[in-house]
Design a protein around this ligand. Structure first.
Ligand code: AHR
Length: 656
């Protein structure tokens, strides 16, 4: 019995020794402090915005009324009518949005006339919040005031807010009234009753929360804009994506239609309307209310460099194989002029045509535009031959503006291999690369840029996201962790990677076409995905210079499931080390600072981790558990000792 006990104890002791020797395996990293590396561009971590998934109208743009000017091709789409309602465009108030409605006495004491708007999958109202209703209106009766009653309706058809507006002129005038909501409702409606016996004409019916981002009247949804600002993006790319190209040239994003008074910005069919037959959204239009002026303003508010992308005269090549669908190479003048005019709009003096428009819109000082993208996901010889006249014209007139070209829709392959040399030949400043790939690809490509050509244009990783197809492409922790691991490679190569932007940015939970997306929202709430937090961790810890971080003299790009990079931050006087551990085990990592000058001492600064045991875990609108948390590290002289949790992404600051 005694012998047996001794045997068991011996075995237990052996197992313990085995375990502790396993747990004690240390991964030795070396951070060479002798050489401060290349600058990390201030544009390194940015945002890509596209009006996809109801990201603009129905999303970031705080307008709550869909089809506010009755100019969708089906003029009453989004509206319910009752009584006597007529749509007309006779003597229009706004030439580019000519339709308006006339509400007339229904002709019976117990009948009513009115219109009701369904919003974007409903209208979100919050208890005690105030909303600015505005409308252009005129009385259609020669004498006497007319009256309309404006009501907020909840999903049970109760009135939760109401005000009257007197229409006291037979000339078009803008009327405004502020309403307070008595209740919270995610899927409300706006109802307008004719409350007098004559007729009124109504045009551009609008409703905004008064509490918009920065309090602007034609403003942005505060929570969503704030979430973008909180990333501290270095660059803001807009307006897309494929909407730059359009399903056809007519539906391309035309920036000139998106500026000037909002009432006269014409409606455009959103190209995501029917891009995917299985996600068909026949009510998806662009009001252009969130237009280029507003994009520039948002960039400025966020402290991000604005990066507009314009059509190069090619409609979406996936959908337009016939060359007649595109602008012939010799007929691009007006497109090239659009690019030059845009630069004038952003930077020109107030005495210039487009600079004056910017000033008239409220921003006399320039927006200080430095970058412009020409073309989105283009390919074939059709692209460089069209890009060339843009590059020549822009460089001739604005030599300081940096031009961004495209390497097509794929991360590699025939088109990619053809376009990169073409971009070099055309001497664009940056090349936009896109990769929507499975998680394994992101891990395998953490060293993608380690051996890139350093002599050509810089890289703009303009659209990327890790797509876990096994979960229907959810924004799960696996996707975020693999992006974090991959991004160590972007950071290590910040000498040639000058910008990167996750895509797409936003999605309405009831009206999305594409997933995953960085921020999800409904009409009242929003949810930051784990992917959002990874982007934020990089942007907040971008540093100012790359640093050489190695293990066994090699870049740390997947050996033993570890991915790491480091930067120096001259403003904060610290080194910042990022480590992704994609294994399930805790890893003991020893980060030795080599080449340290005598007398220099270090301390541990803020350390942050985002970690989850379940790779399939997600955040939801109701519960967000995957968020960055503080973690610890210890310093032993010039050595930082850390324990990186299994399945974690970590940011360690070493101050001196
Ligand atoms: O981000 C969604 C789409 O993906 C973009 O519009 C397009 O550029 C890419 O194909």
């Amino acid at each position: 019995m005694k012998k047996k006990l001794i045997k068991v104890l011996r075995l237990a002791a052996l197992l313990l020794i085995g375990q502790s020797s396993y747990a004690q395996q240390t991964y030795n990293f070396e951070l060479d402090t002798k050489k401060i590396g290349s600058p990390v561009q201030s544009t390194m971590y940015g945002l890509f915005f596209e009006d996809i998934n109801f990201a603009a109208d129905g999303g970031l743009y705080a307008e709550l009324i869909k089809n506010r000017s009755f100019d969708f091709p089906q003029s009453l789409l989004g509206w319910y009518t009752f009584g006597k309602v007529e749509v007309t465009k006779s003597n229009p108030l706004f030439d580019r949005n000519p339709n308006y409605v006339i509400l007339s006495d229904p002709g019976h004491a117990h009948k009513r006339t009115g219109i009701e708007n369904e919003g974007f999958r409903g209208i979100g109202f919050k208890t005690d919040a105030t909303y600015r209703f505005s409308v252009w209106a005129k009385s259609m009766n020669a004498t006497g005031d007319q009256k309309i009653r404006v009501e907020f309706i909840n999903s049970k058809n109760d009135i939760i807010g109401s005000e009257e507006v007197v229409i006291n002129s037979s000339d078009w005038k803008k009327y405004q009234v502020v309403l307070t909501s008595k209740a919270t409702e995610e899927k409300g409606r706006l109802r307008i009753f004719l409350a007098s016996n004559g007729s009124v004409a109504l045009e551009h019916v609008s409703l905004f929360p008064t509490d918009t981002y920065k309090g602007r009247e034609n403003g942005l949804r505060k929570d969503l804009a704030q979430a973008l600002t909180d990333i501290h993006p270095g660059v803001f790319r807009f307006p897309g994506g494929c909407i730059v190209e359009g399903t056809d040239l007519d539906s391309r994003y035309d920036w000139k239609k998106s500026v000037g008074p909002v009432e006269n910005r014409p409606v455009n069919e959103n190209r995501w309307h029917y891009t995917f037959p299985h996600r068909f959204f026949p009510d998806y239009y662009q009001s252009y209310g969130l237009g280029f002026y507003e994009y520039f303003l948002l960039s400025e508010d966020m402290g991000a460099e604005p990066l507009p992308v314009l059509s190069c005269g090619l409609a979406c090549q996936y959908q337009n194989e016939d060359e007649h669908c595109h602008v012939p190479v010799g007929e691009l003048d007006s497109y090239v002029q659009d690019a030059l005019d845009l630069i004038e709009f952003a930077n020109g003096p107030v005495t210039s045509t487009w600079g004056k428009l910017r000033a008239d819109m409220g921003h006399p000082s320039p927006f200080n535009l430095k970058y412009i993208g020409i073309g989105n996901e283009q390919w074939g010889k059709e692209y460089p031959e069209r890009l060339e006249p843009f590059v020549k014209a822009i460089c001739a007139k604005y030599p300081n503006i940096k031009v961004i070209g495209s390497s097509g829709p794929s991360a590699d392959g025939k088109e990619f291999d053809y376009l990169w040399p073409e971009m070099k030949r055309l001497k664009v400043d940056l090349v936009d690369e896109h990769y929507y790939k499975e998680p394994e690809w992101f891990l395998a490509n953490a060293n993608r840029y380690d051996n890139y050509d350093r002599k050509g244009p810089a890289v703009f990783a303009g659209e990327y996201a890790s797509h876990d197809h096994s979960t229907g492409k959810q924004n799960n922790f696996l996707s975020a962790l693999t992006e974090a691991a991959f991004m160590t490679g972007l950071e290590r190569n910040a000498d040639i990677v000058h910008m990167c932007t996750y895509a797409p940015l936003f999605a309405h939970v009831d009206a999305w076409q594409w997933n995953p997306d960085m921020i999800w929202f409904d009409n009242l709430r929003m949810m930051k995905t784990p992917n959002y937090y990874v982007q934020q961790l990089y942007a907040h810890n971008a540093g100012t210079n790359t640093m050489n971080l190695t293990r066994d003299k090699k870049a740390i790009a997947g050996q033993d499931n570890l991915y790491a990079s480091a930067v120096y931050d001259k403003d904060q006087n610290c080194y910042i080390v990022k480590v992704a551990n994609t294994s399930t085990e805790v890893k003991d990592i020893r980060i030795a600072l080599s080449g340290v000058k005598k007398g220099v001492t270090f301390s541990v600064g803020d350390c942050t981790t985002i970690h989850n045991n379940n790779l399939k875990a997600i955040n939801t609108l109701d519960e967000s558990n995957i968020i960055p948390k503080s973690t610890t590290a210890t310093l032993d002289g010039n050595v930082l000792n850390v324990k990186a949790e299994g399945q974690s992404f970590n940011v360690y600051k070493i101050k001196y």
